[in-house]
Design a protein around this ligand. Structure first.
Ligand SMILES: [Zn+2]
Length: 233
């Protein structure tokens, strides 16, 4: 089904649910799970009555842009930095210097021998550094709430997760973290620091997180809905 005027893709599936559930997925399609007994006409009516909500959600999804899980290293590529879209602008090695900077919504890359592969490698290296800087900022910010300090902070490739904490109090973070909005990054860091005290995801753990960040659920939900757009398939 297509919500006519706005061309939004709506997929309806019947299930054993008691009530109708609507989700706007990361790719901006709408999934409607409807009870088997509910008539088509009625389903359509409910969907139309939620049109404003749907359009708002879809626009939110689209404003994040496409998936960011595969960097191409090409001119005008859309990249993300702290949750904002930046356009990649490549200069081929002026002064024989390697340089990456953010200016006026652009990620300026100056690189000798700027092949797509070299561009990707350099931008990735830059993301590692920026993630480390951002993570350190938030650790420092929350440190007074905890008795323990992280033993080691490692930024690394993690294909399925954003961060992890080992029993030796080593904190690991995904190098892609700095692509996310700041309020999500701060949650990810705080979450790992709370594992200093609770090494699990028990109710006690979540109430500890909540005591330090009352609105943490917003960030947790954001990651659940959008996180996969940044991670490799
Ligand atoms: Zn955890």
């Amino acid at each position: 089904m297509l919500l006519e005027e706005v061309k939004i893709n709506v997929q309806v599936i019947k299930s054993k649910r008691k009530s109708l559930k609507m989700t706007v997925k990361a790719d901006a399609t709408v999934l409607v799970e409807a009870p088997e007994a509910l008539a088509e006409e009625k389903i359509k009516e409910i969907i139309l009555s939620k049109k404003t909500w749907i359009i708002e959600k879809v626009e939110q999804r689209l404003s994040l842009g496409p998936c960011y899980n595969q960097m191409q290293g090409v001119e005008n590529e859309k990249l993300l930095y702290l949750g904002r879209q930046v356009l990649l602008k490549i200069q081929d090695g002026q002064n024989n210097k390697e340089q990456v900077m953010i200016r006026n919504g652009q990620l300026l890359l100056n690189l000798p021998n700027a092949t797509p592969e070299n561009c990707v490698a350099t931008i990735k290296k830059w993301y590692y550094q920026k993630t480390k800087k951002e993570v350190k900022f938030w650790i420092h910010y929350y440190q007074h709430k905890f008795d323990k300090c992280p033993n080691r902070i490692v930024i690394k490739e993690q294909k399925r997760r954003w961060a992890s904490c080992s029993s030796a109090d080593n904190l690991n973070f995904n190098w892609r973290l700095v692509m996310l909005p700041t309020w999500v990054i701060s949650y990810v860091v705080l979450h790992e620091m709370c594992h200093f005290e609770e090494m699990n995801h028990s109710a006690a753990f979540w109430s500890l997180v909540e005591s330090h960040m009352p609105e943490y659920k917003k960030a947790k939900d954001w990651l659940k809905e959008n996180g996969h757009r940044f991670l490799p398939e």
